[in-house]
Design a protein around this ligand. Structure first.
Ligand code: MTE
Ligand code: MO
Length: 167
């Protein structure tokens, strides 16, 4: 296409472009979703216990964090519905949580749906009774069962991508 013409055209909305503050659920799911903070509030709420945020790499104490309120990752994944093309695909499924900055951490289907990790893995929109703003890291992924919380304490979660690993 002629470059001058292309630049004169109005911007075409890109369905895959991340919308700030919106969490997308993509990949091997039946119903891909784009959830605003308000949409997250419509799901059943779960609350975390207070904890000390600590970096795994340096073991440095960062700060004490008040209880979060948010939605369980498993509730969001169940709402999107896992797409299994072959029998038992879910057992090779991983969920990559990706931040606005490209920082990314995985969960396996096993730990979320078949260990206590899943009972405390949440997407938070509130902390200590006050709403979290985007500048505070909302929507914020928190894995409450992790021994050292910072690696999977992911600020500004933009996407959860369900992937079936190849053997
Ligand atoms: N989006 C995003 N979240 C992230 C990271 C990151 O690089 N990007 N780093 C993690 C790590 S390794 C640490 S130690 C903490 C740092 O927390 P702070 O930036 O709130 O002090 O954020 C965690 N969450
Ligand atoms: Mo860290």
């Amino acid at each position: 296409m002629d470059l001058a013409l292309a630049t004169a055209l109005p911007a075409i909305p890109d369905d895959n472009a991340p919308v700030p503050g919106t969490l997308q659920i993509t990949g091997s799911v039946l119903r891909p979703m784009a959830l605003s903070l308000d949409a997250l509030r419509a799901y059943p709420a779960t609350t975390s216990t207070p904890f000390d945020l600590r970096c795994y790499t340096t073991q440095r104490f960062i700060r004490a964090v008040e209880p979060y309120r948010g939605v369980l990752l498993t509730d969001l994944l169940n709402a999107a519905g896992l797409r299994c093309e072959a029998h038992g695909d879910f057992k090779r499924m991983v969920f990559l949580a990706i931040g606005h900055d490209g920082y990314a951490v995985p969960f396996t289907w096993h730990e979320l749906f078949n260990t206590p990790v899943g009972l405390q893995a949440m997407v938070a929109y509130e902390c200590g009774g006050a709403p979290l703003a985007e500048a505070d890291g909302a929507p914020l992924l928190f894995s409450g069962a992790d021994l050292v919380p910072a690696p999977r304490h992911l600020k500004r979660l933009a996407r959860i991508d369900a992937r079936v690993l190849a053997p």
